[in-house]
Ligand binder design. Structure first.
Ligand code: IPD
Ligand code: CA
Ligand code: CA
Length: 260
């Protein structure tokens, strides 16, 4: 099952990688910053077909309007292209994200960056891997860390908090980054390349797979308010290695004035 799922994701990565600029057609969803391309729908459709053949009893939750109710409590959570804005412009920083959840908990997650040919995956309780090699978070403290964040671009009303926290974390770390793919950002924390990631509003398909990969790599992922992230509704996300976690959490609470 895992091998077949990884093969399906690699195949769809090749579809993304092979897309010629002239073939990519983008349409706006909620606004000009929220796009869907013909490749988002194509990759989602291919994944749905292939994963249905692997596990016919599972339901589907996919970003591009895929809502098939779950039969036996298992559901595939799919972001066919995480980083569509990047993809639509040939800025090669996007990924495919697939998680399998059972009874509300992610049990398997895979994120593929087709441009770097990096396939991250994890099964609950079995560790996290990138291209077959085990990965783990770094032990750098925040002061020696790099912070990644997403701008929640579809919800402009929360931008002030996003950038206030970015400034506060920048002041306590080495530097900040923004890639345009939340799944790659979370995998970057998992692989020990950066130390902290946050975004004030994401959807389950953005973090379901990468969140499991991060936890299996020894990291922490919670909502900014402090609870578990949801696999059914939108959540804020704060993620870090174990060493930087407490400082990142405290700064986040101060900036957001969250009572402990
Ligand atoms: C987006 C990316 C981006 C994040 C947005 C997401 P999409 O996903 O993950 O990094 O900042 O909040 O919606 O729309 O390209 O699949
Ligand atoms: Ca996404
Ligand atoms: Ca997407």
């Amino acid at each position: 099952m895992l091998e077949e799922l990884l093969r399906a994701i690699r195949e769809e990565g090749a579809v993304m990688r092979g897309a010629l600029a002239a073939e990519i057609r983008a349409e706006e969803k909620s606004g000009p910053e929220d796009l869907v391309t013909n490749y988002d729908t194509l990759v989602q459709r291919h994944l749905e077909e292939k994963l249905h053949a692997l596990l016919p009893q599972a339901g589907f939750l996919g970003e591009e309007g895929l809502r098939a109710p779950t039969g036996d409590g298992s559901v595939f959570i799919i972001d066919p292209i995480d980083g569509t804005m990047n993809f639509s412009r040939g800025y090669q920083r996007s990924s495919i994200s697939v998680a399998l959840a059972r009874d509300g908990q992610a049990v398997l997650g895979a994120v593929y960056d087709p441009y770097l040919n990096e396939l991250f995956w994890a099964e609950r309780g079995r560790g996290a891997f990138c291209n077959g090699r085990p990965i783990c978070v770094s032990d750098r403290p925040l002061e020696r860390g790099i912070v990644m964040f997403g701008t929640a671009p579809y919800y402009r009303e929360i931008a002030a908090k996003t950038f206030a926290l970015g400034r506060a974390l920048f002041d306590r770390s080495l530097d900040v980054r923004r890639s345009g793919s939340a799944a790659i950002d979370l995998c970057s924390v998992a692989a020990g390349r950066v130390e902290v990631f946050y975004e004030f509003r994401l959807s389950p398909w953005d973090y379901a797979a990468a969140g499991l990969i991060l936890e299996e790599a020894g990291g922490v992922i919670r909502t900014i308010e402090g609870g578990p992230v949801s696999l059914t509704v939108k959540s804020s996300v704060l993620a870090a290695n174990g060493t930087a976690w407490e400082a990142a959490r405290q700064i986040t609470q101060e900036v957001c004035r969250i009572d402990p």
